[in-house]
Each structure stands twice: as C-alpha cells, then as structure tokens.
Write a new protein. Structure first.
Length: 189
C-alpha cells in the first residue's frame, strides 16, 4: 500500500510539473481499466474523443471474464451475474488545465446478464417445491460519475473515477444500482 501511495504521489507531482508547459494534446484516447481486470475479472476498454478543452464524449465496453464470479453465481452466492455493459458517456472538465483536471460525467448503460429466482413448482402428486431458475436480463441505466485525470509524458493518461447509475426497466431481475468505478490507463493521440 505504501508503494502504491508513493507511486501515485510521484505521478501527481510529475503531472503538476507539466501543467505549465503548453503543448497540443491529441483528440482521441484509448483506455484500459486495470482495477476491473485485477479486482473483478472484467475486461473494460474505453474510447474517448475530446470535442473541446471542456467537453469529451466516449464509449466503454465492460465484459465479465471472471470464473470465480461465475462459480459464485452457480452456487447461489450472488443473485445476478453481469455479462456485459456498453456505456456511452459525456464528460465535462471542472478545471482549465488540460494536463490535470477533475471532471463530472453523465452516462447511459446498456447491460445484460443472468439472474436467479426461486420459483414454486408442483409435482404430479400435487406436492409443492421450490427450484432456483436462471434467466437472462437486459436493462438500461442512467447515472453520473466524478473523477480526476492527469497526464504523464503528454500521452499517457490516468483517470480515476467513481459513480453509480440506476437500472430503469427490469425491476426484480436486474440489479437496481450499477457501479462505475475504475482506474484507467490510456494513450492519447
């Protein structure tokens, strides 16, 4: 943990030192979320297009590849298993600097996965019993996030963000709340 904090502080200081330099950043950025991969076993890739110094738009794809999460779902430890999310987003920079800034984000999420529900069945002897059934869900969520972004060596971007959204349609099937948390490493061109 001490090493992580030290590395974070060094990166922050490097980006502050670069803040006074004026250079032209590219308009496109491709990012990969390392926290989702390590902690949750998800592959999370994003593309962001910078429209101006203040606004950007992008799209993220989030795909579940975790065998342990699938096993937990099969064993009944989790009621839902998210398989994928497609997340278009719009970001607004709260700072004037292009090298280091805070941002707010509004997003929409199309998400799909599996859910488990108990269903009461009756056998041929008219005895009732319950069985856990797996079904698919699809839903759309609207949400917001906040974050901080900084650049190292003009091209390598790091953004840290946290947010949440509310699924709108499949109540009882899909999760009510979805989270949007990550640490993205990106390349701006």
């Amino acid at each position: 943990m001490k090493k992580f904090i030290f590395i974070f502080l060094v990166f922050t200081q490097v980006s502050v030192a670069q803040e006074n330099n004026s250079f032209d950043l590219g308009k496109n950025e491709i990012k990969f979320d390392i926290v989702s991969l390590v902690a949750l076993g998800k592959i999370h890739v994003s593309y962001e297009r910078f429209l101006s110094n203040d606004f950007s738009v992008g799209i993220s794809g989030n795909f579940n590849q975790s065998k342990s999460r699938e096993e937990d779902f099969e064993l009944g430890k989790n009621r839902t298993l998210e398989e994928y999310q497609i997340i278009p987003f719009v970001r607004y920079s709260l700072s004037k600097s292009q090298i280091r800034y805070y941002f707010v984000e509004v997003f929409v999420s199309a998400n799909q996965g599996k859910y488990r529900e108990l269903e009461r069945l009756v056998d041929q002897n008219n005895n009732g019993y319950y069985q856990a059934l797996q079904k698919e869900y699809s839903d759309y969520a609207v949400g917001a996030a906040v974050g901080h972004k900084f650049y190292i060596k003009e091209k390598l971007g790091v953004d840290i963000f946290v947010g949440m959204g509310k699924n709108l349609f499949s109540s009882g099937e899909s999760p009510d709340i979805i989270s949007r948390v990550g640490v993205n490493l990106g390349y701006r061109f």
